[in-house]
Design a binder for this molecule. Structure first.
Ligand SMILES: *Cc1c(COP(=O)(O)O)cnc(C)c1O
Length: 422
């Protein structure tokens, strides 16, 4: 038995599935999850002391790599001052001013502790601001685990929905409409029928939770126009893409202004932070300024705020994004040259899809129609060779400022070997 086998057996006795977030359990790839004890730069270290080249990067937050010195120093400084105050304090003010000064459509921002919380709160603001009940979401996007977002389209009737989880109140099902991605006709149809009842449409402008499914710009603009026309708010869920594809996220990159936007992951530099923000008229709805209630005992925790600030300060001049774009382009070229592999990528976010020569995938439907080689064996061969991808065929990979051309070369070389000997 390996050390990880032993720890996992113990963990399963005291926590559901032995983990505290499902994908960590390796169900998607088989075998025992490798227990990790630390990280440094582009590497994580397992419990047996092996250094493993990491392309998961904690599922996105660590854009500067593990153990970034300035982030570490900021967090330690905050701990020395006092790690929780429960009062008004200057640290969240500093981060809020930093963000609102650089992202014009974020005129006001509220910090929370996770992406899920940010989304849940933004939806409530949209309902409060419009006096409408319905939320439109898209199959192939993930928005955290609030009830209203754990809903997918049903297999039967058009417009039928079904729960993505047990334990949802059935009444919740009726509050969420679901449309396919990349389909203007479906958008038109849902707005034609429900336009006057939709409080908000929420979308990942770069869907990155069921593989990476980049949308056509015209499609996103079409959605924005329909929202405007029907008086529904447009919520861009930039929990992954925010501060990741550029400082202003996809909204800045694509030139689409949301009414509300949600952040997580990079905004906290690896500490628990989420945020929602947007146009002042909507954010002024939030308590105590307005009637939409939302609160948090640990919200804007000083350590997390300091880490977020130290992260964003290293990103604001755009140099890291330029570096990551050229490294990403190199990765796309090298992985894309491997037989049987298709790579979808935007900036430092990439998705290796185990199928050859497919057209750009933009929706769940595009994925189902194509046979993909099993991911599990490839994943385990890479791990044995000292390379860690996220443990699921449908999770994306991330580059960080700590990755180099040599690291990308290692990934490509080992991936080629893994794909060649199934
Ligand atoms: C990760 C993610 C969330 C949920 O954030 P948590 O911090 O895990 O609650 C929501 N939306 C998107 C787009 C995400 O990628």
């Amino acid at each position: 038995m390996s050390t990880s086998d032993d720890l996992f057996a113990r963990a399963k006795r005291v926590s559901p599935g032995g983990v505290h977030s499902p994908v960590r359990a390796f169900k998607g790839v088989g075998g025992t999850p490798r227990f990790m004890t630390g990280g440094n730069g582009a590497y994580i270290r397992d419990v047996d002391g092996r250094e493993i080249l990491d392309f998961c990067m904690a599922f996105g937050p660590l854009i500067l790599g593990h153990g970034n010195r300035a982030v570490r120093d900021a967090a330690v400084g905050a701990i020395d001052r006092g790690w929780s105050l429960g009062t008004a304090e200057p640290y969240s003010l500093q981060l809020a001013e930093y963000i609102t000064a650089r992202i014009p459509w974020v005129q006001s921002v509220r910090f929370v502790n996770s992406g899920t919380e940010a989304v849940m709160s933004a939806l409530r603001v949209a309902r409060g601001a419009t006096g409408r009940d319905l939320i439109l979401k898209f199959d192939g996007c993930y928005h955290g685990h609030a009830d209203a977002m754990l809903i997918r389209s049903g297999s039967g009737l058009a417009e039928a929905t079904e729960p993505d989880s047990a334990g949802l109140n059935k009444a919740t099902l009726g509050g969420t409409l679901v449309a396919p991605l990349n389909d203007e006709a479906a958008l038109e149809a849902v707005f034609a029928r429900h336009g006057g009842e939709i409080a908000a449409a929420i979308i990942e402008p770069l869907p990155a939770n069921y593989g990476l499914l980049p949308q056509r710009l015209e499609y996103l603009k079409h959605l924005a126009a329909l929202c405007r026309k029907h008086g529904a708010l447009l919520i861009l869920d930039e929990v992954i893409s925010g501060f990741r594809v550029g400082f202003q996220g996809c909204a800045g990159l694509f030139g689409i202004e949301p009414d509300l936007v949600t952040y997580g992951k990079v905004i906290g530099g690896g500490f628990p932070v989420g945020a929602y923000g947007g146009k002042r008229e909507y954010m002024e709805m939030v308590a105590p300024a307005g009637p939409v209630y939302q609160a948090g005992t640990l919200s804007a925790n000083p350590v997390a705020m300091a880490a977020g600030m130290a992260t964003l300060e290293q990103l604001a001049d755009g140099k890291v994004y330029a570096q990551l774009e050229s490294l990403g382009a190199e990765l796309e070229m090298k992985l894309g040259a491997i037989p049987g592999l298709t790579v979808q990528r935007l900036g430092s976010v990439f998705w290796p899809y185990l199928a050859a020569g497919v057209a750009p995938l933009r929706s769940l439907g595009d994925m189902k129609s194509k046979p993909a080689a099993p991911f599990g064996p490839v994943f385990h061969k890479l791990l044995d060779a000292g390379i860690y991808l996220a443990p699921s065929a449908f999770e994306v990979g991330f580059l960080s400022a700590a990755h180099t051309s040599a690291h990308v070369g290692l990934l490509a070389g080992q991936m080629r070997r893994a794909m060649a000997s199934p």
